[in-house]
Design a protein around this ligand. Structure first.
Ligand SMILES: Nc1ncnc2c1ncn2[C@@H]1O[C@H](COP(=O)(O)OP(=O)(O)OP(=O)(O)O)[C@@H](O)[C@H]1O
Length: 223
């Protein structure tokens, strides 16, 4: 089976900064649910941003659905299949209302405005957000923004999910709802999280990013 995502010998440093990722190797196969853990600052967010082309590696390469990513044009195509949840919801939400934000992706994919709004409403309902349609996005609470952010990517039915700390700031019942929604999906995903219980319930394998030379060996969640 071919991987949906292949990361080969990837290294990255921010300008004027130390090297954050060192020769990283990683593969994500169809149906696979990978948790990504590691201490603060080891480059988990950086790796996800590289996978969607928001950053450019100094060396190594990324393959998505069998295609080597050589530039922005390749990533534009790849991003149609990838739902990327930013760590900070304010980076994700930019429309005046919740419905506009959640309908934005489907509209961009070519759905009619009516279809896009219908998809947005049903996605909001799956996340327990009925009644949020006309709320002003920037006035939502942190947890509400997180849920709406997740809705903005689920409304596009991506084949791959890249989730950067999806449960930060969520109460227990909202976290349970997210676990249910994620477990009902038939997609491959990489989930960055510091919450071991959440990862144990939503992913099938966990990899450790340690900040050293990386071949991302599987690790066992303890504690
Ligand atoms: N735009 C930037 N410019 C320079 N350095 C950056 C930038 N963004 C992140 N860094 C640095 O790169 C390193 C990796 O950051 P990153 O956010 O990828 O880590 P992380 O593993 O996701 O951390 P956390 O678990 O705290 O979210 C950190 O030392 C961070 O300070």
């Amino acid at each position: 089976m071919k991987p949906l995502i292949g990361v080969h010998n990837l290294s990255f440093a921010y300008p004027c900064g130390r090297c954050v990722l060192h020769h990283v190797h990683l593969e994500l196969y169809p149906g696979q649910r990978l948790g990504l853990v590691g201490p603060n600052g080891t480059g988990k967010t950086t790796l996800l941003q590289l996978l969607v082309g928001l950053l450019v590696p100094q060396s190594g390469h990324i393959e998505i659905m069998g295609r080597v990513m050589r530039g922005e044009q390749d990533f534009v195509r790849a991003r149609r299949e990838i739902g990327f949840l930013f760590q900070n919801a304010d980076d994700q939400l930019f429309c005046p209302t919740v419905l506009d934000d959640v309908a934005f992706g489907p509209l961009n994919m070519g759905y009619t405005p009516a279809e896009a709004r219908a998809l947005a409403r049903s996605t909001l309902a799956r996340l327990g957000l009925e009644g949020f349609e006309d709320r002003i996005t920037h006035k939502l609470s942190g947890g509400e923004k997180k849920l709406v952010s997740l809705a903005t990517i689920l409304s596009m039915s991506p084949r791959i999910l890249l989730l950067d700390e999806p449960t930060t700031g969520l109460d227990e019942s909202t976290r349970e709802r997210i676990i249910q929604v994620l477990n009902d999906l038939d997609v491959a995903m990489i989930v960055v999280s510091h919450e071991k219980e959440f990862l144990a319930r939503t992913t099938t394998q966990v990899r450790l990013l340690s900040g050293q030379q990386e071949d991302m060996e599987p690790c066992v969640l303890s504690g």
